[in-house]
Design a protein around this ligand. Structure first.
Ligand code: SF4
Length: 897
């Protein structure tokens, strides 16, 4: 084993077990130790031995145990809404796919998979589709995340291989974050960077239209105009060459295309003044950034969705690579371009061919590669050409050319651009199979067949993080109900389709061995991805496997950093510099429109099927919120805390307004997480069209959608606290979040307040035991009890005056209400004076904004350290530290004023 073998699962005292596994959220890929007590209770902590995190976890990772609840799980296979046996369900999937292929050919079926799958799951799905069905119609939601980086890597490096390792963040002297909100999207990596900065003074430059939490610790923030990164880097390349910073030796020996790339860059960005004007920056700040880059030998340029999710994403990646090639800043400690992936196993999917334009083991569709994979798999009809990429795939389903689709571990009815089209497509599709661990997802509602998949705590396999480290994910719980591993489900279907011989797997380890052997097959150092050293790993070795970076070739050691020898994976071994011309916005901007940017929040993950179960994670951003600059808000009559209507050519949404100067003028930001299970009207996929797509990578432009924004003034507002989730049917605004013991649903509507029975399914108004009406102010307050326990309470107001939620929400947790609580229930107030936490800032210790502000004021706290000492806030994962500073800044500004 790399780093020496060690036990992955051991007994702690008192019948407890500890299992080493990997966090299922972002691409940092942190190691987690799950401790399972004798009574089955689970706690998690960071794995100090894992090279990605060395014991740290962020707020999401720290709250993993909160999400291990059976709520909402899909427990049994279903055809229609009827529970069936596994045999029936698998037979039916195989029959439908086989029939469709027989009638319409292999390209009439498709798989749409996910970076949430483990590598073994991905490998089997890809093998079935590309090797045995004979179509390459398998694409992954990673298409929406990092497909542009894949293209950039392959064009520049000759292989989809991140050159460096996380250690490079710690030995760089300058780290440039481009379109990467590392503080929220890759928090542990950000913490590592901050630790390096504290220790050795690493300088940080943030290139981002928004003032994200990363800016808090940065030396420089270039708040450039959205989508002008390629221009900025073209200008940087021209600047560096003009001032003699070309590494002539490196370029001469190891790079091709330098003069063409430079000529194009000079034409595009002839001088600093032009770059500054077109990027919307001050000339001095561009000049200072360029000078700093030029003067610093060890530079890492980190980029993520802000670069990738663009119709020019691939080209922008290549402008970044060009700069590093020109200056020889690659293959050395503390140097290199660095793509950080969004999902836990986006990289694993890339390794096995989860993208429609890749075959397997980093091979493409040349005749030689198709032949090689065919011989290795002993496959009769390996797909000979790329399949449909995500956007085209759903268009083909809508058009009826793809007639059967199997969607695994993802929710395209929410996450795809033009989600309305995706929903129409799924509605029309003859066969929709969904494997998921959650029963009721927006996509699952279109399924003809539902297959219960195992969740994070129940699955065995491997994942690859952003620095090519492969780690084991290990099960520490039994599957809920009849849930099965995804690789097992696909294997069973493959056997029923007549391919039993090629799908003999009984364990994840067996799949991994074959995957490792294929990576080494006729490789000879020509392909970057090679883990051939592990192709003979026995089951015990697989169980004990410790994290290691690829490549790990036979008779060699795992390789942390690539390209140190100046050899790239192109035919001649030389890096490719690509000429790139920056492009304008891909869509027309109507008068008065703002540019809508979309992305992640600190404490949520994807479509909230897991993080949405955690009360403390849900408390940081309780509702979908629109961030808008004060000037734009004022011009549109929008107030902080009010509601806004957002409209694009694709659709409309309603969201809570947050007026903030962190948002650039002319732009707004909406989070990507809310689905129709959590809100009535703020699904991002319904707002962004699918017209603007990178022509090479197929990655949709999700960050520059023209939108008109205006106030939405409801006639009434309300909230409901309830033990069981409800989806209000009143047609206005609602947003639901988890609270301890139940759910809090915020609501607002137009017109008269509808009768309760009409809009709150499951709540019988006749069953309310306490009711109070205030006709003068249009108010209504109701409570439902189950014995002494509060079942639900509803507060409605026509004048917007509703009580604080904190104390009331706490009543849901209680087994019974005492007289004082009953008395205060409809008043919405605790019997004694009790402060409301308000929105949670520190998720680890549940410290709310009201307590924070009170403590800062009353105890005269002046620093984050003092807040930590007083309230513990910010002392665990550190994710909230920038926000604590912001709260301090505002509190002191108020004092000075
Ligand atoms: Fe999980 Fe947080 Fe680590 Fe990402 S940074 S892998 S979300 S613990």
């Amino acid at each position: 084993m790399f780093d020496g073998a060690e036990s992955s699962s051991g007994r702690a005292k008192g019948g407890e077990r500890e299992v080493k596994t990997t966090c299922p959220y972002c691409g940092v890929g942190c190691g987690v130790i799950a401790r399972v007590s004798a009574d089955g209770a689970v706690t998690v902590r960071g794995d100090a031995d894992h090279p990605a995190n060395r014991g740290r976890l962020c707020s999401k990772g720290s709250a993993l145990a909160d999400t291990l609840v059976p709520d909402g799980r899909l427990l049994y296979p279903e055809i229609g809404d009827k529970r069936v046996s596994w045999d029936e369900a698998l037979d039916e999937v195989a029959r439908r796919f086989s029939d469709t292929i027989a009638r319409h050919g292999p390209d009439s079926v498709a798989f749409y998979v996910s970076g949430q799958l483990l590598t073994e799951d991905y490998y089997v799905a890809n093998k079935l589709m590309k090797g045995f069905i004979g179509s390459a119609n398998i694409d992954t939601n990673s298409r929406l995340c990092m497909a542009s980086s894949v293209v950039g890597h392959k064009r520049g490096l000759g292989a989809d291989a991140v050159p460096g390792a996380y250690e490079d963040f710690e030995c760089a002297d300058l780290v440039v974050l481009v379109g990467s909100n590392l503080a929220w999207c890759h928090p542990v990596l950000h913490q590592r960077l901050l630790a390096a900065r504290a220790e050795r003074g690493t300088r940080i430059v943030v290139v981002d239209p928004r003032r994200t939490d990363c800016v808090d610790a940065a030396d420089r923030h270039l708040a450039l105009r959205a989508g002008t990164d390629a221009l900025l880097f073209n200008g940087l390349m021209a600047y560096l060459d003009e001032r003699g910073h070309r590494d002539a030796g490196f370029v001469a020996a190891h790079a091709e295309g330098v003069e063409e790339a430079l000529t194009t860059a000079r034409a595009d960005a002839p001088d600093v003044a032009t770059v500054a004007r077109r990027c919307g920056l001050e000339e001095a700040e561009v000049a200072a950034f360029y000078a700093e880059f030029a003067a610093t030998d060890r530079v890492v340029t980190v980029y993520s969705q802000g670069v990738n999710q663009s119709s020019q994403g691939s080209d922008t990646v290549n402008t970044i690579l060009n700069v590093h090639f020109l200056t020889g800043r690659i293959g050395r400690p503390g140097c290199g371009p660095f793509s950080v992936t969004g999902q836990p196993n986006a990289m694993g999917g890339r390794e096995v061919g989860g993208l429609a334009n890749q075959l397997a083991a980093h091979m493409g569709f040349t005749e030689t590669e198709v032949d090689r994979v065919g011989r290795f798999w002993n496959a009769p009809r390996v797909a000979a050409k790329p399949g449909l990429k995500a956007v085209d795939l759903f268009r083909a389903i809508e058009a009826g050319t793809v007639k059967a689709v199997w969607i695994m571990a993802t929710n395209p009815a929410v996450s795809m651009p033009d989600a309305g089209r995706v929903r129409r497509a799924l509605e029309r599709c003859e066969t929709v199979v969904v494997s998921d661990c959650i029963r009721d997802t927006d996509t699952g509602r279109f399924a003809h067949i539902r297959l219960p998949a195992r969740g994070w705590s129940e699955k065995d396999g491997t994942v690859t993080n952003s620095d090519r480290t492969i780690s084991r994910q290990r099960a520490f719980k039994d599957g809920e109900g009849e849930a099965q591993a995804d690789w097992w489900i696909v294997t069973q279907v493959a056997r029923r389709m007549g391919f039993a011989e090629a799908f003999p797997y009984e364990t994840a380890a067996a799949v991994f061995r074959e995957h490792a052997a294929l990576s080494d097959f006729e490789n000879g150092g020509t392909r970057a991805f090679d883990i051939g050293a592990l192709s003979g790993l026995d089951d015990g070795g697989y169980d004990a496997l410790t994290p290691f970076p690829w490549p790990w070739r036979v008779d060699a050691k795992p390789q942390k950093r690539l390209f140190g020898d100046g050899r790239f994976f192109t035919a001649d071994g030389r890096a490719r510099m690509l000429p790139v011309t920056a492009k304008p916005l891909p869509r027309e901007m109507p008068d008065g429109a703002l540019l809508l940017n979309t992305g992640r929040l600190r404490d949520q993950w994807h479509t909230m099927t897991r993080t949405g179960l955690s009360a403390r994670l849900s408390a940081h951003a309780p509702e979908p919120r629109l961030d808008i600059h004060p000037a734009d808000a004022a011009a549109r009559g929008l107030a902080d805390g009010g509601l806004a209507r957002i409209a694009t050519v694709a659709g409309e949404a309603l969201a809570r307004v947050r007026v903030t100067d962190t948002q650039g003028e002319g732009t707004v930001f909406l989070p990507m997480h809310w689905t129709e299970r959590f809100t009535g009207a703020c699904v991002i996929g319904r707002l962004v069209d699918d017209e603007a797509v990178d022509p090479v990578s197929g990655q949709p432009d999700l960050k520059r959608m023209p939108a008109t924004v205006g106030p939405w003034r409801p006639d009434w507002t309300a909230f409901l606290l309830v033990r069981h989730a409800v989806e209000p049917g009143h047609g206005g605004y609602w947003a639901r979040r988890a609270v301890a013991g139940g759910h809090l649903v915020e609501m607002a509507g137009m017109g008269a307040i509808p009768a309760v029975a009409e809009w709150l399914p499951g709540l019988d108004p006749a069953g309310a035991v306490v009711e109070f009406r205030d006709p003068a102010r249009g108010g209504l307050r109701m409570a439902w009890m189950d014995g002494d326990r509060l079942e639900a309470c509803l507060f409605v107001a026509a004048d917007g005056r509703l009580p604080p939620r904190g104390w009331l929400a706490g009543l849901l947790e209680k087994d019974g209400l005492d007289d004082g609580a009953r008395a205060g229930l409809l008043a919405g107030r605790a019997p004694g004076a009790q402060a409301d936490e308000g929105r949670i800032v520190c998720a680890c210790f549940s410290v709310g904004i009201n307590r924070l502000v009170g403590a800062i004021r009353d105890r005269r706290l002046t620093s984050v350290a003092e807040i930590g000492a007083a309230l513990k806030a910010g002392t665990n994962c550190g994710s909230c530290v920038p926000e604590l500073k912001e709260v301090l800044r505002h509190a002191h500004q108020r004092e000075v004023a």
